[in-house]
Design a protein around this ligand. Structure first.
Ligand SMILES: [Zn+2]
Length: 176
């Protein structure tokens, strides 16, 4: 297993849409294991493939007792579910927290690490984390939930993160 570089705000991959995984093969399993290791190392409770530079629909959540790894995750129902607003942080946008309203309870479907179909009913922090990570697969970030006025307030902070990210990109030799 190896640690992966976490891409930060300003990196265009975070704004792109990830593509469905066609087959859960060994390469996908290695990606899942590396993402999990990276997430634990960063003391995060979730991570998406786009955050480690891979444009595939894979998410990991470690907010409960068990590690959840889902390939091609789809939120199946959260229709009438109650929403709750709570602060969220993001590995890709350091030092910024945003209040985000999320469904309290969801049903999510996808493929397991073995490539088998799974259907999970999740609540609370696990449900919140999955919704956050699936947003990443669609190029959506927590700052998109900010009102115009609040976004103006953190504009400088965001510009600083994006500048650091650009400087890093230009000095890094990176194959992905
Ligand atoms: Zn995030």
């Amino acid at each position: 297993m190896s640690l992966l570089d976490v891409r930060e705000y300003g990196n265009p991959i975070l704004r792109g849409k990830c593509l469905p995984v066609e087959k859960v093969n060994d390469a996908v399993r290695v990606l899942i294991d590396d993402m999990a290791e990276t997430m634990y190392k960063c003391k995060a409770i979730g991570i998406s493939a786009s955050q480690v530079g891979v444009k595939e629909r894979v998410v990991i959540v470690g907010a409960g007792e068990k590690l959840i790894a889902l390939v091609n995750p789809e939120i199946h129902s959260c229709g009438a579910a109650a929403k709750e607003i709570a602060p969220e942080g993001c590995l890709s946008i350091p030092d910024i927290q945003v209040d985000v309203g999320r469904a309290v309870k969801i049903v999510v479907e996808g493929l397991s690490r073995k490539g088998e179909p799974v259907k999970l009913t999740l609540e609370g922090l696990e449900a919140r984390a999955i919704q956050h990570e699936i947003d990443h697969l669609n190029g959506i970030l927590i700052i998109d939930y900010l009102s115009f006025v609040k976004r103006q307030l953190i504009k400088k902070q965001l510009a600083r993160i994006a500048r650091l990210c650009k400087a890093e990109q230009s000095t890094r030799i990176d194959s992905r």
